[in-house]
Design a protein around this ligand. Structure first.
Ligand SMILES: CC(C)(COP(=O)(O)OP(=O)(O)OC[C@H]1O[C@@H](n2cnc3c(N)ncnc32)[C@H](O)[C@@H]1OP(=O)(O)O)[C@@H](O)C(=O)NCCC(=O)NCCS
Length: 159
């Protein structure tokens, strides 16, 4: 399992995104997901204090983003996407590590997410940080009735 702190040893410097970045985020959503969130959904989500998005820019565009809810004791990942041309370069690893390190520092102790059962890339990525499968939601995704796996992580106290 990859220690969260090791993810900070990377040349990538994720930045917090906000309402001004919604057009870029939605463009990347459309590239990454069969059922993407709309600009309206992002506007509404940014209205919640717990909604946080981190992103990485490369070659003048948004190359990766991670949207999640940051609560007092737990966090939940909603969306994580990397532009196709920038995949397998460690961007998702850097973003996820940065977010988990931030959560650990804030005292957040549990992480949750849902992922398509066939999404090997995402399963491997989350597994690297210690997320494990905690449950299965049958026929969860509306576009192809695929099952969702629920993954959970005990976020360690920062060492
Ligand atoms: C899943 C996704 C975010 C990974 O982003 P990425 O920046 O390419 O991932 P990284 O380069 O940081 O890879 C980290 C690890 O993830 C795993 N991984 C990433 N892509 C993989 C692939 N195509 N096949 C198998 N494992 C993969 C590997 O374990 C990798 O570590 P390694 O490079 O040391 O082998 C990206 O493929 C994506 O945007 N997919 C479409 C959207 C999506 O499925 N999001 C997740 C929703 S829950």
């Amino acid at each position: 399992m990859r220690p969260i702190a090791s993810a900070l040893n990377t040349p990538y410097r994720p930045v917090k995104l906000g309402r001004d970045d919604i057009a870029d985020i939605v463009a990347l959503e459309r590239e990454c997901f069969a059922v993407p969130w709309s600009a309206t959904q992002y506007h509404q989500a940014f209205g919640h204090k717990t909604f946080v998005v981190y992103g990485l820019r490369a070659d003048g565009c948004l190359a990766a983003y991670l949207a999640y809810a940051e609560l007092t004791r737990e966090m939940e990942i909603f969306n994580l996407g990397v532009r196709a041309a920038h995949r397998r370069q460690g961007l998702a690893k850097a973003l996820l590590g940065r977010v988990l390190a931030r959560c650990a520092k804030l005292g957040v102790r549990e992480g949750f997410l849902e992922v398509r059962a066939s999404n090997l890339a995402a399963l491997n990525l989350y597994g690297m940080y210690g997320f494990t499968v905690a449950g299965r939601r049958k026929n969860y995704y509306p576009d192809n009735s695929e099952d969702a796996l629920v993954m959970r992580l005990d976020i360690p106290c920062p060492g």
